[in-house]
Design a protein around this ligand. Sequence first.
Ligand code: MLT
Length: 411
Amino acid sequence: MIKVNNNFQLLPVSYLFSEVGRKVAAFRSENPDREVIRMDIGDVTRPLFPSVISAMHEAVDELGSAERFHGYGPEQGYAFLRDAIAEFDYYQRGLVNIEAADIFVSDGAKSDIGNLGDIYSRECKVAVMNPAYPVYVDDSVIDGRAGIPENGLWSNLIYLDCDPENNFLPSLPVEKADVIFLCFPNNPTGEAIKHDELKKWVEYAHANGSLIIFDSAYEAFVRQPGVVRSIYEIEGADEVAIEIRSFSKTAGFTGLRCGYTVVPRNLKGVYSDGAEVALNTLWNRRQTTKFNGASYVAQKGASAVYTPEGREDVKRATDYYLGNASIIRKALTEIGFKAFGGENSPYVWATSGTGEDSWKVFGDLLQNYGFSTTPGSGFGSKGEGYIRLTGFNSRENTERAMERLIKEKFQ
Ligand code: MLT
């Protein structure tokens, strides 16, 4: 028989959101009369924007015509989309260092986070925030960089603890970290980072030859002035950081699939023989070998997000989800939970403060109020005692779920 990758034996049997989905499905089949409101995975509910739909209709018509048909596209993404991203997400925000050649369009952030592991050495020591989006950790396990599980932690990872005492902003690692995953606005805590805080990380990366992988999938939810949307707002970040973005949460593309990763040409690495190489060259080589590009139709749809109408729709949609997050945060606070995030982010991170096991809280809320959450411990040991709720829902469902909670509490 074929020898398989032993690292899979180390992983939890299922991925966090698959496990939550499995438990919700089991609850539904045991309680067919109960209505369950999903407040666990961050999946959008608003339909695609009219501008996106009409761009995609046109793209489909092109593909259906012999004269205007497109086959394989550029693996890096079509110029019409890379140029729009460079112009609107970077140049017009004063981030003039980032150009279309630095941008690689993909089928979404999650795949890119994992795939980036192909371009840095297996020996790299990886640092993750604790709690963190589980993909950073699980991918490190699969790639053999995480070590072995010991008391809920991976022996070879560096943990950057986040809790209310440090406002969910971790301290710089004591041990040297080669690759540092940062996510702001943060999933799961919902907290955002200001310029001066992030500057420390860019300085650390310069001083230690580290690579920062900055996940800014939720940047469109930033409302507060002074809060960072892109790591390239920090001077010198284009020499130490890769940025990952997605159209999933900004423009409702979770089902359609399109995102992008910025690998600036100024970002260099070194082979073990001492030869320098641009990470952009490596990522380009990786993508051209293993990826044939995001679909033409999805890229046409994504380019419509940058039209004046599309940009207004992004604001409207993200305002809507932020409105839900605010309702959640208020309700949880009313019943005596401590709630965080939900202001520059669609996620609310909450604890009853009793230290109760997260999966137990998940089970109790599902059983008693008929809504699902994501147990905080699924995001790391520092998430124990917390749950995460998502603003990605309809206003009606959000209000109904929170009313159930408040009514019960104050009856
Ligand atoms: C989440 O709920 O944390 C994410 O949306 C899931 C994902 O993007 O993979």
